[in-house]
Design a protein around this ligand. Structure first.
Ligand code: 0X9
Ligand code: ZN
Length: 299
C-alpha cells in the first residue's frame, strides 16, 4: 500500500504493484517485460475485468529519472481507478509501466548529488553515462533536438533503441499493436499536453482529432483545479526534438492517440513537493476520464 505522501523508490513501486495484484486478484496482474541495464525487473501492471477484444490504453512514466511526479501520478491514478472509479475498467484494458527508466530513477533516489539525473545509466563512453531515453526511439532518430555527445543530457544514444528499457517497451507495445488505442507518456514539468510531431513542425494527418482531444483534456483539468495546460504538437508548442516515444507510438506503432503530458512543477520544477502528488493526480485523472470516454466512443 502506498500513502502517496512521499515519492516511492523503485523497490517501493514494485512492492505496491505486487500488493495491487494480491488485493485486486481478479483485476490486476503483472507482466514482466525484461530487465533494465543494471538488472532491475521491469513490470507492466495490467488492469482488466476480462472479456476479449477490448480496446486498451497504455501509460508509461519515468523515462526521465528526475521527473518524480510522473511515476507517482501514474500510480495514484491507478489507485483512483481501483478504489473508486471501476467504471473506467469495464470497457477498456489498461497497461501501466510506472517507471520506464528504473536505473536512472534509483540513481536520483539514492544519491542526493544526482537528484537531477535525467538519462538512463548505460555505459556509453569512457567519461559519461546514460542516454536520453526520449531521444532514443526509432522515429527520425537524431534529426533534430538531440545530441551525439555521450556527455549531453539529450544524448540520443549510439543507435536507435540502444537502450534495453526502450526495447522492452517497443516489444510490449508491438505485440499488442491492434489492441492499444491510446499511448500516454508522463513527464514533468511545464503543464503541456503534447502530441506528434516532435521531429517536424508539420502536423500529422489526424492533428484535428489530437487537438480536439487535447483541448478537452486541458479543459477538464482546468475545471478541476484551475491548472492551465497548453496543448499542441511538441515541435510547435514546446521545442523540436526527434526520437521521442510519442512520435514512435504514432509513426511506427500506428497508435493514433499519442500524448505526452508535462505535469506541473509549481515553483519547484523537478523538486515538486510530495504533497502535490494527490492534487496533481486528481486533476490529471480528469484528463484520463476524457481520454477513456473518447476511446470507448470511437472503438
Ligand atoms: O524533451 C523531452 O523529452 C520532453 N520534455 S522534458 O522536459 N520532460 O524532457 C518533451 C518531449 C515531447 N515529445 C517529443 N519531442 N517527441
Ligand atoms: Zn521528461
Amino acid at each position: 500500500r502506498l500513502s502517496f505522501t512521499y515519492y516511492p523508490n523503485y523497490k517501493e513501486v514494485n512492492e505496491y504493484l505486487t500488493y495491487l495484484t494480491q488485493t485486486y486478484k481478479n483485476i490486476a496482474s503483472l507482466i514482466t517485460i525484461g530487465n533494465s541495464y543494471e538488472g532491475r525487473s521491469m513490470k507492466v501492471l495490467k488492469l482488466s475485468t476480462g472479456g476479449a477484444n477490448k480496446p486498451a490504453i497504455f501509460i508509461d512514466a519515468g523515462i526521465h529519472a528526475r521527473e518524480w511526479i510522473a511515476p507517482a501520478t501514474a500510480l495514484y491514478m491507478v489507485d483512483l481507478m481501483l478504489q473508486s472509479h471501476r467504471d473506467l475498467l469495464s470497457k477498456v484494458d489498461w497497461y501501466v509501466l510506472p517507471v520506464l527508466n528504473p536505473d536512472g530513477y534509483e540513481y536520483t533516489h539514492s544519491s542526493s548529488a544526482n537528484r537531477l539525473w535525467r538519462k538512463t545509466r548505460s555505459k556509453t563512453s569512457s567519461t559519461c553515462r546514460g542516454v536520453d531515453g526520449n531521444r532514443n526511439y526509432d522515429m527520425q532518430w537524431m534529426t533534430i533536438g538531440a545530441s551525439n555527445n555521450p556527455c549531453s543530457d539529450t544524448y540520443a544514444g549510439p543507435k536507435p533503441f540502444s537502450e534495453v528499457e526502450n526495447q522492452h517497451l517497443r516489444d510490449f507495445i508491438l505485440a499488442r499493436k491492434g489492441q492499444i488505442k491510446a499511448y500516454l507518456t508522463f513527464h514533468s514539468y511545464g503543464q503541456y499536453i503534447l502530441y506528434p510531431w516532435g521531429w517536424t513542425s508539420n502536423v500529422p494527418a489526424n492533428e484535428p482529432e489530437l487537438r480536439n482531444l487535447a483541448s478537452q483534456c486541458a479543459q477538464a483539468i482546468a475545471k478541476s483545479r484551475r491548472t492551465r495546460y497548453t496543448y499542441g504538437t511538441s515541435a510547435n508548442a514546446l521545442y523540436p526534438a526527434a526520437g521521442g516515444s510519442d512520435d514512435w507510438a504514432l509513426g511506427k506503432a500506428d497508435i493514433k492517440l499519442s500524448f505526452t503530458y508535462e505535469l506541473p512543477g509549481g515553483n519547484s520544477g523537478f523538486l515538486l513537493p510530495a504533497s502535490e502528488i494527490k492534487p496533481v493526480g486528481i486533476e490529471t485523472f480528469e484528463a484520463l476520464k476524457v481520454t477513456h470516454q473518447y476511446v470507448t466512443s470511437k472503438y
